[in-house]
Design a protein around this ligand. Structure first.
Ligand code: ATP
Length: 503
Protein backbone atom coordinates (compact mmCIF):
# COMPACT_ATOMS: atom_id res chain seq x y z
CA UNK A 1 0.00 0.00 0.00
CA UNK A 2 2.81 2.35 0.83
CA UNK A 3 4.29 1.34 -2.49
CA UNK A 4 1.08 2.23 -4.25
CA UNK A 5 1.17 5.67 -2.62
CA UNK A 6 4.75 6.26 -3.79
CA UNK A 7 3.69 5.30 -7.29
CA UNK A 8 0.82 7.78 -7.18
CA UNK A 9 3.14 10.59 -6.11
CA UNK A 10 5.73 9.90 -8.78
CA UNK A 11 3.08 9.40 -11.45
CA UNK A 12 1.54 12.74 -10.48
CA UNK A 13 4.85 14.39 -11.16
CA UNK A 14 5.89 12.45 -14.24
CA UNK A 15 2.60 13.07 -16.05
CA UNK A 16 2.22 16.74 -15.18
CA UNK A 17 -0.43 16.51 -12.46
CA UNK A 18 1.23 17.83 -9.31
CA UNK A 19 4.61 19.46 -8.66
CA UNK A 20 6.21 20.44 -5.39
CA UNK A 21 5.93 24.21 -4.95
CA UNK A 22 9.14 26.16 -5.72
CA UNK A 23 10.92 22.93 -6.57
CA UNK A 24 14.03 24.62 -7.95
CA UNK A 25 14.55 26.08 -4.47
CA UNK A 26 14.16 22.62 -2.94
CA UNK A 27 10.45 23.05 -2.42
CA UNK A 28 8.18 24.46 0.23
CA UNK A 29 6.86 21.87 2.59
CA UNK A 30 3.18 20.93 2.34
CA UNK A 31 2.61 23.34 -0.54
CA UNK A 32 2.00 22.03 -4.07
CA UNK A 33 1.41 23.33 -7.58
CA UNK A 34 -1.08 21.81 -9.96
CA UNK A 35 0.50 21.26 -13.33
CA UNK A 36 -0.98 21.23 -16.84
CA UNK A 37 -3.03 18.05 -16.32
CA UNK A 38 -3.63 18.59 -12.64
CA UNK A 39 -5.18 22.00 -13.20
CA UNK A 40 -7.63 20.43 -15.68
CA UNK A 41 -8.51 17.55 -13.37
CA UNK A 42 -9.02 19.93 -10.50
CA UNK A 43 -11.20 22.20 -12.60
CA UNK A 44 -13.33 19.25 -13.68
CA UNK A 45 -13.83 18.07 -10.08
CA UNK A 46 -14.76 21.60 -9.09
CA UNK A 47 -17.26 21.84 -11.93
CA UNK A 48 -18.71 18.42 -11.18
CA UNK A 49 -19.35 19.57 -7.63
CA UNK A 50 -20.63 23.01 -8.59
CA UNK A 51 -23.03 21.56 -11.10
CA UNK A 52 -24.44 19.06 -8.59
CA UNK A 53 -24.88 21.81 -6.01
CA UNK A 54 -25.75 25.03 -7.80
CA UNK A 55 -26.99 24.10 -11.25
CA UNK A 56 -29.08 21.12 -10.18
CA UNK A 57 -30.70 22.76 -7.16
CA UNK A 58 -33.12 25.62 -7.55
CA UNK A 59 -32.60 26.65 -3.97
CA UNK A 60 -28.77 26.70 -3.88
CA UNK A 61 -26.77 29.64 -5.18
CA UNK A 62 -23.02 30.11 -5.40
CA UNK A 63 -20.78 32.95 -4.24
CA UNK A 64 -17.08 33.78 -4.31
CA UNK A 65 -16.07 35.64 -1.16
CA UNK A 66 -12.66 37.22 -0.51
CA UNK A 67 -9.89 35.35 1.30
CA UNK A 68 -9.26 38.35 3.53
CA UNK A 69 -11.98 39.05 6.05
CA UNK A 70 -12.44 41.45 8.92
CA UNK A 71 -10.38 40.07 11.83
CA UNK A 72 -13.39 40.04 14.17
CA UNK A 73 -14.91 37.31 11.98
CA UNK A 74 -12.38 34.87 13.43
CA UNK A 75 -13.06 36.01 16.97
CA UNK A 76 -16.76 35.41 16.43
CA UNK A 77 -16.26 32.03 14.74
CA UNK A 78 -14.12 30.78 17.62
CA UNK A 79 -11.01 30.29 15.48
CA UNK A 80 -8.85 32.77 17.38
CA UNK A 81 -9.48 30.98 20.65
CA UNK A 82 -10.05 27.40 19.65
CA UNK A 83 -8.48 26.56 16.29
CA UNK A 84 -5.48 24.90 17.88
CA UNK A 85 -3.43 21.75 17.68
CA UNK A 86 -1.67 20.25 20.71
CA UNK A 87 2.07 20.36 20.06
CA UNK A 88 5.01 18.74 21.73
CA UNK A 89 8.70 19.29 21.01
CA UNK A 90 11.53 16.87 21.38
CA UNK A 91 14.28 18.82 23.12
CA UNK A 92 17.15 16.82 21.63
CA UNK A 93 16.10 16.58 18.00
CA UNK A 94 14.35 19.98 18.08
CA UNK A 95 11.58 18.30 16.11
CA UNK A 96 7.97 19.31 16.66
CA UNK A 97 5.05 16.90 16.66
CA UNK A 98 1.33 16.97 17.13
CA UNK A 99 0.92 15.26 20.46
CA UNK A 100 -2.21 13.38 19.49
CA UNK A 101 -0.71 12.25 16.19
CA UNK A 102 2.42 11.04 17.93
CA UNK A 103 0.33 8.82 20.15
CA UNK A 104 -1.73 7.68 17.17
CA UNK A 105 1.40 6.71 15.29
CA UNK A 106 2.59 4.79 18.28
CA UNK A 107 -0.73 2.97 18.24
CA UNK A 108 -0.23 2.14 14.58
CA UNK A 109 3.18 0.69 15.40
CA UNK A 110 1.67 -1.60 18.00
CA UNK A 111 -0.97 -2.62 15.50
CA UNK A 112 1.76 -3.48 13.02
CA UNK A 113 3.35 -5.68 15.67
CA UNK A 114 0.11 -7.57 16.15
CA UNK A 115 -0.17 -7.98 12.41
CA UNK A 116 3.33 -9.45 12.32
CA UNK A 117 2.53 -11.97 15.05
CA UNK A 118 -0.58 -13.00 13.13
CA UNK A 119 1.33 -13.50 9.89
CA UNK A 120 3.97 -15.54 11.66
CA UNK A 121 1.39 -17.77 13.31
CA UNK A 122 -0.50 -18.13 10.06
CA UNK A 123 2.62 -19.50 8.42
CA UNK A 124 3.29 -21.84 11.28
CA UNK A 125 -0.21 -23.31 11.60
CA UNK A 126 -1.32 -23.18 7.98
CA UNK A 127 -4.91 -24.28 7.38
CA UNK A 128 -5.45 -24.98 11.05
CA UNK A 129 -4.95 -21.31 11.93
CA UNK A 130 -7.87 -19.68 13.71
CA UNK A 131 -7.25 -15.93 13.73
CA UNK A 132 -9.97 -14.98 16.19
CA UNK A 133 -8.79 -17.55 18.66
CA UNK A 134 -5.17 -16.49 18.23
CA UNK A 135 -6.04 -12.83 18.86
CA UNK A 136 -7.95 -13.75 21.98
CA UNK A 137 -5.45 -16.13 23.49
CA UNK A 138 -1.89 -15.33 22.44
CA UNK A 139 -0.32 -13.69 25.45
CA UNK A 140 1.81 -11.18 23.60
CA UNK A 141 -0.99 -10.13 21.28
CA UNK A 142 -3.40 -9.73 24.16
CA UNK A 143 -0.93 -7.44 25.90
CA UNK A 144 -0.50 -5.35 22.75
CA UNK A 145 -4.24 -5.03 22.37
CA UNK A 146 -4.69 -3.97 25.94
CA UNK A 147 -2.10 -1.28 25.38
CA UNK A 148 -3.99 0.02 22.37
CA UNK A 149 -7.27 0.01 24.28
CA UNK A 150 -5.72 2.09 27.05
CA UNK A 151 -4.27 4.57 24.61
CA UNK A 152 -7.50 5.04 22.70
CA UNK A 153 -9.52 5.43 25.85
CA UNK A 154 -7.07 7.88 27.38
CA UNK A 155 -6.60 9.81 24.17
CA UNK A 156 -10.31 10.14 23.47
CA UNK A 157 -10.99 11.24 26.99
CA UNK A 158 -8.12 13.64 27.34
CA UNK A 159 -8.72 15.40 24.05
CA UNK A 160 -12.38 15.72 24.84
CA UNK A 161 -11.57 17.53 28.06
CA UNK A 162 -8.75 19.36 26.30
CA UNK A 163 -6.69 18.37 29.28
CA UNK A 164 -3.39 18.24 27.52
CA UNK A 165 -1.32 17.41 30.52
CA UNK A 166 -3.01 14.06 30.20
CA UNK A 167 -1.62 13.59 26.69
CA UNK A 168 1.77 14.56 28.06
CA UNK A 169 1.41 11.96 30.81
CA UNK A 170 0.39 9.40 28.27
CA UNK A 171 3.47 10.12 26.17
CA UNK A 172 5.66 9.70 29.27
CA UNK A 173 3.86 6.58 30.32
CA UNK A 174 4.12 4.99 26.92
CA UNK A 175 7.81 5.78 26.87
CA UNK A 176 7.49 7.18 23.38
CA UNK A 177 10.87 7.42 21.75
CA UNK A 178 11.43 10.28 19.34
CA UNK A 179 11.42 8.72 15.87
CA UNK A 180 14.30 10.95 14.77
CA UNK A 181 16.71 11.20 17.67
CA UNK A 182 15.79 8.09 19.61
CA UNK A 183 15.44 10.21 22.72
CA UNK A 184 12.54 10.61 25.16
CA UNK A 185 13.23 14.20 26.12
CA UNK A 186 9.87 15.92 25.55
CA UNK A 187 8.62 19.42 26.43
CA UNK A 188 5.16 20.07 27.80
CA UNK A 189 2.27 20.04 25.38
CA UNK A 190 1.38 23.49 24.06
CA UNK A 191 -1.57 24.80 22.08
CA UNK A 192 -0.66 26.14 18.65
CA UNK A 193 -3.06 28.23 16.54
CA UNK A 194 -3.31 27.07 12.93
CA UNK A 195 -4.23 30.38 11.33
CA UNK A 196 -1.73 32.31 9.22
CA UNK A 197 -1.45 35.95 10.23
CA UNK A 198 -0.69 38.83 7.90
CA UNK A 199 -1.17 42.59 7.70
CA UNK A 200 -3.24 44.89 5.53
CA UNK A 201 -2.15 48.51 4.89
CA UNK A 202 1.32 49.99 4.64
CA UNK A 203 1.98 52.33 7.51
CA UNK A 204 2.72 51.05 10.97
CA UNK A 205 -0.13 52.84 12.74
CA UNK A 206 -2.84 52.30 10.11
CA UNK A 207 -2.10 48.68 9.38
CA UNK A 208 -4.38 45.95 10.67
CA UNK A 209 -3.66 42.36 11.62
CA UNK A 210 -5.50 39.89 9.45
CA UNK A 211 -5.70 36.15 8.99
CA UNK A 212 -5.76 34.12 5.84
CA UNK A 213 -9.09 32.31 6.10
CA UNK A 214 -8.77 28.78 7.50
CA UNK A 215 -12.15 27.78 6.03
CA UNK A 216 -14.43 29.21 3.38
CA UNK A 217 -17.60 28.83 5.46
CA UNK A 218 -17.37 32.20 7.23
CA UNK A 219 -17.51 34.06 3.91
CA UNK A 220 -20.92 32.48 3.46
CA UNK A 221 -22.19 33.22 6.97
CA UNK A 222 -21.35 36.91 6.86
CA UNK A 223 -23.09 37.20 3.48
CA UNK A 224 -26.12 35.20 4.51
CA UNK A 225 -28.56 38.10 4.69
CA UNK A 226 -27.18 39.84 1.57
CA UNK A 227 -27.72 36.72 -0.50
CA UNK A 228 -31.08 35.90 1.06
CA UNK A 229 -32.45 39.37 0.36
CA UNK A 230 -31.00 40.02 -3.10
CA UNK A 231 -31.68 36.47 -4.28
CA UNK A 232 -35.10 36.49 -2.56
CA UNK A 233 -34.23 33.09 -1.15
CA UNK A 234 -36.73 31.20 0.96
CA UNK A 235 -35.69 28.83 3.71
CA UNK A 236 -34.65 26.08 3.21
CA UNK A 237 -31.90 27.31 0.87
CA UNK A 238 -28.17 26.90 0.43
CA UNK A 239 -25.11 28.97 -0.44
CA UNK A 240 -22.18 27.21 -2.08
CA UNK A 241 -18.61 28.33 -2.48
CA UNK A 242 -15.28 27.01 -3.71
CA UNK A 243 -12.10 28.70 -2.64
CA UNK A 244 -8.70 28.62 -1.03
CA UNK A 245 -8.22 28.06 2.68
CA UNK A 246 -4.99 28.18 4.67
CA UNK A 247 -3.87 26.27 7.75
CA UNK A 248 -0.46 26.18 9.30
CA UNK A 249 -0.58 22.39 9.63
CA UNK A 250 2.12 20.90 11.79
CA UNK A 251 2.01 17.35 10.62
CA UNK A 252 2.04 18.10 6.93
CA UNK A 253 2.69 14.84 5.23
CA UNK A 254 0.90 12.51 2.87
CA UNK A 255 1.38 14.61 -0.23
CA UNK A 256 -1.65 16.78 -1.10
CA UNK A 257 -3.83 15.14 1.57
CA UNK A 258 -2.83 17.72 4.18
CA UNK A 259 -1.53 20.98 2.80
CA UNK A 260 -0.98 24.44 4.19
CA UNK A 261 -2.78 26.02 1.25
CA UNK A 262 -5.73 24.10 -0.16
CA UNK A 263 -9.15 24.48 -1.67
CA UNK A 264 -12.49 23.75 -0.07
CA UNK A 265 -15.88 23.17 -1.67
CA UNK A 266 -18.45 24.08 0.96
CA UNK A 267 -22.20 24.47 1.04
CA UNK A 268 -24.12 25.95 3.93
CA UNK A 269 -27.79 25.01 3.98
CA UNK A 270 -30.03 27.34 5.99
CA UNK A 271 -33.03 25.75 7.65
CA UNK A 272 -35.76 26.18 10.19
CA UNK A 273 -34.59 25.43 13.74
CA UNK A 274 -35.79 21.98 14.76
CA UNK A 275 -35.49 20.49 11.25
CA UNK A 276 -31.75 19.89 11.48
CA UNK A 277 -31.88 16.11 11.96
CA UNK A 278 -33.92 15.63 8.80
CA UNK A 279 -31.63 17.85 6.71
CA UNK A 280 -28.49 16.38 8.19
CA UNK A 281 -29.63 12.88 7.20
CA UNK A 282 -30.65 14.13 3.78
CA UNK A 283 -27.33 15.78 3.04
CA UNK A 284 -25.36 12.79 4.24
CA UNK A 285 -27.26 10.65 1.78
CA UNK A 286 -27.07 13.20 -1.06
CA UNK A 287 -23.34 13.67 -0.70
CA UNK A 288 -22.66 9.93 -0.62
CA UNK A 289 -24.70 9.56 -3.81
CA UNK A 290 -22.56 12.24 -5.46
CA UNK A 291 -19.42 10.28 -4.63
CA UNK A 292 -20.88 7.00 -5.83
CA UNK A 293 -21.96 8.61 -9.11
CA UNK A 294 -18.29 8.75 -10.13
CA UNK A 295 -18.12 4.96 -10.13
CA UNK A 296 -14.97 4.65 -8.03
CA UNK A 297 -16.31 1.68 -6.06
CA UNK A 298 -18.82 1.71 -3.19
CA UNK A 299 -16.40 -0.29 -1.02
CA UNK A 300 -14.02 2.64 -0.98
CA UNK A 301 -16.36 4.86 1.02
CA UNK A 302 -17.75 4.74 4.52
CA UNK A 303 -19.37 7.07 7.03
CA UNK A 304 -17.72 7.89 10.30
CA UNK A 305 -20.18 9.41 12.76
CA UNK A 306 -18.49 11.66 15.30
CA UNK A 307 -19.06 11.14 18.97
CA UNK A 308 -16.85 14.01 19.97
CA UNK A 309 -18.29 17.20 18.48
CA UNK A 310 -16.72 20.55 17.65
CA UNK A 311 -17.92 23.54 19.64
CA UNK A 312 -20.34 24.60 16.90
CA UNK A 313 -21.98 21.26 16.03
CA UNK A 314 -24.86 19.13 17.29
CA UNK A 315 -24.12 16.29 14.85
CA UNK A 316 -21.20 15.54 12.53
CA UNK A 317 -20.08 12.77 10.21
CA UNK A 318 -17.24 12.24 7.80
CA UNK A 319 -17.36 10.53 4.48
CA UNK A 320 -14.14 8.56 4.56
CA UNK A 321 -12.35 7.30 1.48
CA UNK A 322 -9.93 4.43 1.19
CA UNK A 323 -6.71 6.27 0.35
CA UNK A 324 -3.51 4.24 -0.24
CA UNK A 325 -2.70 4.88 3.44
CA UNK A 326 -6.10 3.72 4.68
CA UNK A 327 -9.59 5.11 5.26
CA UNK A 328 -9.37 8.85 5.95
CA UNK A 329 -11.69 11.85 5.99
CA UNK A 330 -12.59 13.19 2.58
CA UNK A 331 -15.67 15.24 3.39
CA UNK A 332 -17.47 16.44 6.50
CA UNK A 333 -21.21 16.92 7.00
CA UNK A 334 -21.93 19.07 10.02
CA UNK A 335 -25.09 20.22 11.72
CA UNK A 336 -23.84 23.62 12.93
CA UNK A 337 -27.01 24.81 14.68
CA UNK A 338 -27.32 28.62 14.77
CA UNK A 339 -23.84 28.91 16.27
CA UNK A 340 -22.15 30.93 13.53
CA UNK A 341 -24.99 33.30 12.69
CA UNK A 342 -25.68 33.97 16.37
CA UNK A 343 -22.01 34.63 17.03
CA UNK A 344 -21.87 37.09 14.12
CA UNK A 345 -24.98 38.81 15.44
CA UNK A 346 -23.28 39.16 18.79
CA UNK A 347 -19.94 40.41 17.51
CA UNK A 348 -21.22 42.67 14.70
CA UNK A 349 -24.27 44.02 16.50
CA UNK A 350 -26.29 43.42 13.28
CA UNK A 351 -29.39 41.26 13.15
CA UNK A 352 -28.97 38.17 11.00
CA UNK A 353 -32.52 36.92 11.13
CA UNK A 354 -34.95 35.60 8.62
CA UNK A 355 -38.63 36.37 8.49
CA UNK A 356 -40.48 33.14 7.82
CA UNK A 357 -43.68 33.94 5.95
CA UNK A 358 -45.23 30.56 6.64
CA UNK A 359 -44.57 30.75 10.36
CA UNK A 360 -45.03 34.54 10.48
CA UNK A 361 -41.98 34.65 12.69
CA UNK A 362 -38.37 35.86 12.81
CA UNK A 363 -35.55 33.51 13.64
CA UNK A 364 -31.83 32.87 13.25
CA UNK A 365 -31.68 29.90 10.87
CA UNK A 366 -29.95 26.65 11.67
CA UNK A 367 -27.28 25.39 9.29
CA UNK A 368 -26.29 22.01 7.90
CA UNK A 369 -23.02 22.19 5.99
CA UNK A 370 -21.21 19.92 3.59
CA UNK A 371 -17.48 20.54 3.34
CA UNK A 372 -15.10 18.71 1.05
CA UNK A 373 -11.45 19.36 0.27
CA UNK A 374 -10.92 19.72 -3.47
CA UNK A 375 -7.31 18.58 -3.17
CA UNK A 376 -8.31 15.56 -1.11
CA UNK A 377 -10.90 14.66 -3.70
CA UNK A 378 -8.18 15.04 -6.33
CA UNK A 379 -5.97 12.62 -4.41
CA UNK A 380 -8.86 10.17 -3.98
CA UNK A 381 -9.54 10.21 -7.72
CA UNK A 382 -5.89 9.98 -8.72
CA UNK A 383 -4.91 7.21 -6.33
CA UNK A 384 -7.99 5.17 -7.07
CA UNK A 385 -7.45 5.47 -10.83
CA UNK A 386 -3.80 4.52 -11.10
CA UNK A 387 -3.52 0.86 -12.01
CA UNK A 388 -0.94 -1.56 -13.34
CA UNK A 389 -2.55 -4.13 -15.59
CA UNK A 390 -1.21 -7.45 -16.75
CA UNK A 391 -2.02 -7.90 -20.41
CA UNK A 392 -2.70 -11.11 -22.27
CA UNK A 393 0.62 -10.97 -24.10
CA UNK A 394 2.47 -11.02 -20.77
CA UNK A 395 3.38 -7.32 -20.69
CA UNK A 396 1.97 -4.78 -18.26
CA UNK A 397 0.54 -1.35 -18.84
CA UNK A 398 0.16 1.62 -16.53
CA UNK A 399 -3.29 3.10 -16.90
CA UNK A 400 -5.00 5.99 -15.17
CA UNK A 401 -8.65 4.96 -15.13
CA UNK A 402 -10.01 8.39 -14.30
CA UNK A 403 -13.78 8.78 -14.46
CA UNK A 404 -14.15 10.05 -18.07
CA UNK A 405 -16.12 13.06 -16.91
CA UNK A 406 -13.08 14.21 -14.90
CA UNK A 407 -10.26 13.31 -17.32
CA UNK A 408 -8.10 16.32 -18.27
CA UNK A 409 -7.93 15.33 -21.92
CA UNK A 410 -10.94 13.59 -23.40
CA UNK A 411 -9.36 12.34 -26.62
CA UNK A 412 -6.01 12.15 -28.39
CA UNK A 413 -5.98 12.26 -32.17
CA UNK A 414 -3.16 10.23 -33.68
CA UNK A 415 -2.17 10.08 -37.36
CA UNK A 416 -0.88 6.57 -38.07
CA UNK A 417 2.07 8.05 -40.01
CA UNK A 418 3.48 11.54 -40.31
CA UNK A 419 2.78 11.84 -44.04
CA UNK A 420 0.27 11.28 -46.86
CA UNK A 421 -2.08 13.94 -45.49
CA UNK A 422 -2.86 12.03 -42.29
CA UNK A 423 -1.57 14.79 -39.94
CA UNK A 424 -3.72 17.30 -41.82
CA UNK A 425 -6.86 15.20 -41.41
CA UNK A 426 -6.03 14.60 -37.74
CA UNK A 427 -5.79 18.34 -37.21
CA UNK A 428 -9.09 18.90 -38.98
CA UNK A 429 -10.69 16.49 -36.54
CA UNK A 430 -9.12 18.36 -33.64
CA UNK A 431 -10.39 21.68 -34.95
CA UNK A 432 -13.88 20.20 -35.03
CA UNK A 433 -13.77 18.61 -31.55
CA UNK A 434 -11.94 21.29 -29.60
CA UNK A 435 -15.03 23.48 -29.34
CA UNK A 436 -16.56 20.89 -27.05
CA UNK A 437 -13.72 18.91 -25.54
CA UNK A 438 -10.13 19.13 -24.46
CA UNK A 439 -8.35 17.15 -27.18
CA UNK A 440 -4.71 16.68 -27.98
CA UNK A 441 -2.58 15.76 -30.98
CA UNK A 442 0.27 13.24 -30.88
CA UNK A 443 2.33 12.03 -33.82
CA UNK A 444 5.55 10.96 -32.10
CA UNK A 445 6.59 7.26 -31.81
CA UNK A 446 4.81 4.11 -32.89
CA UNK A 447 1.07 4.15 -32.35
CA UNK A 448 1.26 1.46 -29.61
CA UNK A 449 3.54 3.67 -27.56
CA UNK A 450 1.28 6.62 -28.08
CA UNK A 451 -1.64 4.54 -26.76
CA UNK A 452 0.35 3.70 -23.63
CA UNK A 453 1.25 7.33 -23.11
CA UNK A 454 -2.42 8.34 -23.28
CA UNK A 455 -3.38 5.43 -20.98
CA UNK A 456 -0.95 6.70 -18.37
CA UNK A 457 -2.33 10.20 -18.84
CA UNK A 458 -5.89 9.05 -18.27
CA UNK A 459 -7.21 9.99 -21.73
CA UNK A 460 -10.43 7.98 -22.27
CA UNK A 461 -10.25 7.89 -26.09
CA UNK A 462 -7.59 7.57 -28.77
CA UNK A 463 -8.66 8.36 -32.29
CA UNK A 464 -6.39 6.96 -34.97
CA UNK A 465 -6.37 8.38 -38.46
CA UNK A 466 -5.11 6.00 -41.17
CA UNK A 467 -5.14 5.77 -44.98
CA UNK A 468 -8.64 4.37 -45.03
CA UNK A 469 -9.78 7.52 -43.20
CA UNK A 470 -8.86 9.57 -46.26
CA UNK A 471 -11.13 7.46 -48.41
CA UNK A 472 -14.21 6.81 -46.29
CA UNK A 473 -14.04 9.44 -43.52
CA UNK A 474 -13.88 6.85 -40.75
CA UNK A 475 -11.33 6.42 -37.94
CA UNK A 476 -10.65 3.88 -35.23
CA UNK A 477 -11.59 4.89 -31.73
CA UNK A 478 -9.85 3.05 -28.92
CA UNK A 479 -11.32 2.87 -25.41
CA UNK A 480 -8.79 3.34 -22.62
CA UNK A 481 -10.22 0.84 -20.14
CA UNK A 482 -11.19 -2.06 -22.40
CA UNK A 483 -8.55 -1.27 -25.07
CA UNK A 484 -11.23 -2.22 -27.59
CA UNK A 485 -11.17 -0.48 -30.93
CA UNK A 486 -14.02 0.22 -33.28
CA UNK A 487 -14.31 1.85 -36.66
CA UNK A 488 -16.59 4.86 -36.59
CA UNK A 489 -17.52 7.78 -38.84
CA UNK A 490 -15.62 11.01 -38.13
CA UNK A 491 -19.02 12.72 -38.12
CA UNK A 492 -20.10 10.60 -35.12
CA UNK A 493 -17.08 11.35 -32.90
CA UNK A 494 -18.66 14.28 -31.15
CA UNK A 495 -21.69 12.29 -30.08
CA UNK A 496 -19.68 9.27 -28.98
CA UNK A 497 -17.29 11.29 -26.84
CA UNK A 498 -20.01 13.61 -25.62
CA UNK A 499 -22.06 10.71 -24.27
CA UNK A 500 -19.11 9.28 -22.35
CA UNK A 501 -17.87 12.48 -20.73
CA UNK A 502 -21.13 14.32 -19.97
CA UNK A 503 -21.36 15.74 -16.45
P1 ATP B 1 -8.56 16.87 9.37
O1 ATP B 1 -9.20 16.25 10.59
O2 ATP B 1 -8.14 15.89 8.33
O3 ATP B 1 -7.54 17.91 9.68
P2 ATP B 1 -10.70 18.70 9.48
O4 ATP B 1 -11.72 17.88 10.21
O5 ATP B 1 -9.93 19.73 10.19
O6 ATP B 1 -9.73 17.72 8.69
P3 ATP B 1 -12.60 20.39 8.20
O7 ATP B 1 -12.20 21.57 8.98
O8 ATP B 1 -13.89 19.72 8.47
O9 ATP B 1 -11.41 19.32 8.22
O10 ATP B 1 -12.49 20.76 6.65
C1 ATP B 1 -13.33 20.18 5.67
C2 ATP B 1 -12.55 19.47 4.59
O11 ATP B 1 -11.46 20.25 4.13
C3 ATP B 1 -11.92 18.17 5.05
O12 ATP B 1 -12.84 17.11 4.98
C4 ATP B 1 -10.79 18.00 4.07
O13 ATP B 1 -11.25 17.38 2.88
C5 ATP B 1 -10.39 19.42 3.75
N1 ATP B 1 -9.15 19.79 4.46
C6 ATP B 1 -9.04 20.19 5.74
N2 ATP B 1 -7.76 20.48 6.04
C7 ATP B 1 -7.04 20.25 4.92
C8 ATP B 1 -5.66 20.37 4.59
N3 ATP B 1 -4.76 20.80 5.47
N4 ATP B 1 -5.27 20.05 3.33
C9 ATP B 1 -6.17 19.63 2.42
N5 ATP B 1 -7.48 19.51 2.67
C10 ATP B 1 -7.92 19.81 3.90
Amino acid sequence: QEDQFKKVISHAKEYGYVFQSSEIYDGLSAVYDYAQNGAELKKNIREYWWKAMVQMNDNIVGIDAAIFMHPTVWKASGHVDAFNDPLIDNKDSKKRYRADVLVEEYTAKIEAKIEKEVTKAEKRFGDAFDKAQFLATNQRVVEYQEKIDTILKRLGKSLENEDLSDVRNLIDELDIVCPISGSKNWTDVKQFNLMFGTKIGASADSSMDLYLRPETAQGIFVNFLNVQKTGRMKIPFGIAQVGKAFRNEIVARQFIFRQREFEQMEMQFFIQPGTQQEWYDKWKETRMKWHLSLGMGADNYRFHDHEKLAHYADAAADIEFKFPFGFKELEGIHSRTDFDLSQHEKFSGKKLQYFDNDLQQNYVPYVVETSIGLDRMFLAVLSNSLQEEELENGTTRTVLKLPSVLAPTKAAVLPLVKKDGLPELANEIIDELKWDFNVTYDEKDAVGRRYRRQDANGTPFCITVDHQSLEDKTVTIRHRDSMEQERVAIADLRTIIGKAVAM
